[in-house]
Design a protein. Structure first.
Lengths: 270, 309
């Protein structure tokens, strides 16, 4: 007998067509952009021949190198800081006896998800302008790392919290019964079980930082061009397929990290 | 005896207190970072919106309500009277309209898709979810660029249509309202599908069978059983599309070309060429107020729904 879910009384007429159209609409533009990155001609949308010309030109481009370096410095730092903070916060806030201020803490953690990006962007810009003006404080690229860490924390927090909620509590009490100190129980039981959640959260934090355009554009100082900003600068000049090549690289990085995060999360639920 | 019991209780209470203190301490790094670099900046723009603009960007520390007055009025240079200028208000209303149309069309396309996904076999479902998750997390700037390449004058659509001889001159689509609307739909469709799927996946399909056994037509099952049960998911999806669409920045920047503005560009402009930070802060806070109203309705509706379910 077939899986009960495939019995057709649940099917609604036309829904399959709409689903296929949706996936088509979502993928066709990206695929066209990717295909044209292999165009050897110098026009973004006229085909001349297959080749890696524009990947070569991108990889030799000094500005691209600088942007890639900035992007990696910012995303890797923001990912590390936000994942550590999110892990600690998830442990302190999940399945614990409610402490005073816990519900306010939830709101604070989720705040960056609620506020539209453009508002966060201008607020962060105003903040750094104020501390630069009032105290002469300027962290250079640290400004961007801090701004990114703020919106990375909730993304890293979600999968870690989900993992903690699914976890078998009896293992920890068993460890306690066997005279493990709380630290030992955490180090040897909780943390190893938490690793998939932490990795999944770190992958998401990395993607949102790596891809961020709005906040970076407003907060970045001179010489702090990241890859999305580099693409934006290219759009305003006469375009060559080099922009397709760089865009394709960015898309592939996202796809890689999403798939990794997705597979880790799937394995957990099986 | 009683002494020992109270000693034990005291010990336990103390242990609970240290545990709570430890939990609070663990949460502190995240809370401090978001508090200082996320919440404090929001308070700063509240203050900035009541200050006067400095001529080259930034603010002067002088109380002023000009930013809010400038939102609706313009001061006449000659006789210093206030004149009603609805320019900004129009941009807000346009953005609201864009966001509503985006939400409605995303729902009309996203609901059938999510339902179709939820009725597949578990193995197929995994693939469908991954297929929608990838665009969800892909770079918004690059995805918007992909749309731009297709609808440009010398883009794929015009090339194909002219090659087929359907049209002689390219149809101008880029830098129009149509381009922005298309870009918003394309950007936020996955934001609708995923929460809808999450709620439809949990749907008890025995209820559909029961309705079917009671001679309900497919359409009746859809409207009387499936849609009411998935209402929390529908509301969550609409909110996840509406809020970012209302504050969209990248889409109108690239597809509207600075001609057709939305709230997002308007705010950014005050911090760039406009050099009126207080006005930009006031505009951002008015947008924030609109978002809070949307969130309020969400909280009110979902808490009502949970009691039903």
């Amino acid at each position: 007998m077939a899986d009960p879910r495939t019995i057709d009384i649940k099917d609604q007429p036309g829904f399959r067509t709409i689903a296929i159209i949706c996936v088509g609409v979502l993928y066709v533009p990206i695929l066209i952009l990717m295909v044209f990155s292999f165009n050897t001609g110098s026009l973004v949308t006229r085909w001349e021949g297959v080749g890696l010309t524009w990947y070569g030109s991108a990889l030799l481009n000094e500005e691209f190198h600088a942007a890639a370096e900035n992007t990696l410095i910012i995303s890797v730092s923001a990912t590390i800081i936000s994942t550590i903070c999110a892990t600690l916060a998830a442990i302190g806030m999940t399945r614990v006896k409610p402490w005073r201020g816990l519900s306010a803490a939830f709101m604070v953690i989720n705040l960056p998800l609620m506020v539209p990006e453009i508002i966060t962007a201008v607020a962060t810009l105003s903040f750094f302008a104020l501390i630069a003006g009032a105290f002469g404080l300027n962290f250079g690229i640290g400004n961007l790392i801090l701004a990114h860490t703020v919106f990375c924390i909730p993304f890293a927090y979600m999968p870690i919290r989900a993992r903690l909620e699914d976890m078998d509590l009896t293992l920890e009490s068993a460890a306690a019964d066997l005279y493990a100190t709380p630290w030992h129980a955490f180090r040897r039981i909780t943390l190893p079980l938490l690793v998939p959640g932490i990795l999944s959260g770190a992958a998401l934090a990395f993607i949102v930082s790596f891809d961020d355009f709005t906040i970076t554009q407003l907060v970045a100082g001179p010489g702090q061009t990241t890859l999305p900003l580099y693409i934006w600068n290219q759009i305003r000049r006469p375009m060559t397929p080099e922009i397709n090549a760089i865009s394709t690289i960015l898309l592939l990085v996202s796809i890689l990290f999403v798939s990794v995060s997705f597979l880790i999360a799937r394995r957990r639920s099986k | 005896m009683t002494n020992a019991v109270s000693q034990a209780a005291l010990f336990e209470a103390k242990a609970a207190r240290t545990a709570s203190r430890r939990h609070r301490l663990l949460s502190m790094p995240a809370l401090i970072i978001i508090g200082v670099f996320g919440v404090l900046p929001l308070l700063i723009i509240c203050i900035y919106s009541f200050l006067a603009a400095a001529p080259y960007g930034g603010v002067q520390w002088k109380f002023s309500t000009d930013a809010y007055l400038n939102f609706l009025f313009q001061r006449d240079i000659f006789d210093d009277t206030l004149q009603f200028t609805p320019d900004f208000l129009i941009i807000y209303l346009r953005s609201f309209l864009f966001a509503v149309v985006t939400t409605v069309i995303c729902l009309l396309l996203g609901f059938p898709t999510a339902y179709f996904m939820a009725t597949r076999t578990p193995a197929q479902r995994n693939w469908w979810v991954l297929l929608i998750t990838i665009p969800f997390w892909s770079n918004l700037l690059v995805r918007t660029l992909a749309i731009m390449f297709i609808i440009r004058d010398e883009g794929l659509i015009n090339d194909v249509l002219m090659g087929l001889g359907v049209i002689e001159k390219p149809i101008t689509m880029l830098y129009t309202n149509f381009a922005i609307q298309l870009g918003l739909l394309y950007s936020f469709l996955p934001f609708m599908i995923l929460p809808l799927y999450a709620s439809l996946e949990k749907l008890d399909f025995r209820l559909v069978e029961a309705a079917n056994d009671l001679y309900a037509t497919r359409r009746q099952v859809l409207w009387r059983v499936i849609i009411p049960l998935s209402l929390p998911g529908i509301i969550a999806g609409c909110l996840l599309v509406f809020i970012p669409a209302l504050g969209a920045y990248v889409t109108p920047l690239i597809l509207g070309g600075g001609i057709h503005l939305m709230i997002g560009d308007l705010i950014a402009q005050q911090f760039g060429s406009g050099r009126n930070w207080p006005l930009g802060c006031a505009q951002a806070l008015i947008l924030m107020a609109a978002v809070l109203v949307a969130l309020y309705f969400y909280v009110r509706n979902t808490s009502g729904k949970i009691q039903h379910g």
